[in-house]
Design a protein around this ligand. Structure first.
Ligand code: 2RA
Length: 344
């Protein structure tokens, strides 16, 4: 069976990557419907060696093209306004924005972690894609929770500028060019105070009353929903001058009686779908953005027991934010949804 697929946000960073992933995974596509706002409509995108016209996103475009699966990556307000029209036309919506994630009737899915939740899609017609920094973390946490039972997670993230879309990536490149175009003299210091080039910014998304940011609370709330466990989680989310991959330093505290066995931990991670262990510090083998970018793998390394507590483990991961963190996760959800529908 072939499926008619719409991509809302066809000209954005995630939208463009969705076309690449759909080509590479050889998705059973009937008609492809790239959708964007009025000012991007009329342009064309390349898909499977053919030019496809970008249509304007309207309330009726989904029923006009008999869409089966609609990917949304055009911001929460667009999903809020238009997802219902795709659902009413009979399509399943796979939404990359945060708008529906914490709605209790909407499944929030990382296919390697909680595929069973996809079955809930009929309640609203929507399946929500988690935040990118959540996805790569729960892929590393799930095998460890299965093994020992996690009590608490502390994580610091080093998030690529691609998380801020095309504009974020263009800003980093331009600032690096500007920086090397002239020496950073005192008079220009103020201009660079919140630049990202050669800097790190410990602030992603809106500050919350509890002193954490919205990005940090996304990691807490989404992880608890996906893993169906109210484990304690503290996150510090930092923007770094990297283009495409997020990396994360994760400390896991297991139940008190656990004495972590590193061989069992590495075996559990290595056996987990789409996770690869890269862990040989002596020989400089560990996850890095330069390795994970443009791949669909979540790399985990720097795996080590805590020096003081036998029930604590530290590790480090890296994954491509635009692929693992958005486009590939969404396509993997769609493939599991198709398999479920065709088995019913
Ligand atoms: C970011 N996770 O990295 C957020 C949204 N993609 O900016």
């Amino acid at each position: 069976k072939k499926y008619n697929v719409a991509v809302v946000g066809a000209t954005g960073a995630v939208g463009e990557e969705l076309f690449r992933v759909l080509e590479q995974i050889d998705f059973p596509i009937g008609e492809l419907l790239p959708l964007a706002s009025a000012n991007s409509a009329g342009s064309t995108i390349e898909f499977n060696g053919r030019e496809h016209k970008v249509y304007e996103l309207t309330e009726t475009v989904f029923s006009e093209h008999d869409v089966d699966i609609a990917f949304f990556s055009a911001g929460g307000s667009i999903s809020e306004k238009f997802a219902k029209f795709a659902v009413e036309s009979g399509a399943v919506v796979i939404d990359n924005t945060s708008h529906f994630r914490m709605n209790e009737n909407v499944p929030l899915v990382v296919p390697e972690v909680n595929p069973e939740d996809i079955a809930k899609w009929r309640e609203t017609g929507i399946i929500a894609n988690p935040n990118c920094s959540t996805i790569q973390m729960v892929q590393a946490l799930k095998p460890l929770d299965n093994l020992y039972g996690i009590k608490r997670v502390d994580v610091s993230t080093y998030q690529a500028v691609s998380g801020a879309g095309k504009a974020g990536m263009e800003e980093l490149v331009k600032q690096l060019q500007d920086f090397f175009a002239f020496k950073l003299d005192e008079s220009k210091k103020e201009a660079f105070m919140h630049q990202i080039a050669l800097n790190v910014i410990p602030h992603i998304d809106t500050p919350q009353p509890n002193g954490f940011t919205k990005e940090e609370m996304k990691m807490v709330n989404e992880t608890q929903k996906i893993m169906k466990k109210k484990m304690a989680i503290a996150a510090t989310c930092v923007r770094v001058p990297v283009l495409r991959s997020h990396t994360e330093s994760i400390t896991v505290t297991f139940e008190d009686n656990i004495d972590v066995n590193l061989d069992d931990v590495r075996a559990a991670l290595a056996a987990f779908e789409n996770v690869e262990v890269m862990d040989d510090l002596e020989n400089g083998v560990y996850p890095m953005p330069i390795i994970s970018t443009d791949t669909d793998t979540t790399y985990v390394g720097r795996i080590r027991k805590d020096i003081y507590s036998k029930n604590m483990l530290h590790m480090f991961n890296s994954a491509d934010q635009v692929r693992v963190g958005a486009a590939t996760n969404a396509v993997r959800i769609a493939l599991k949804w198709i398999a479920m529908e065709e088995n019913n």
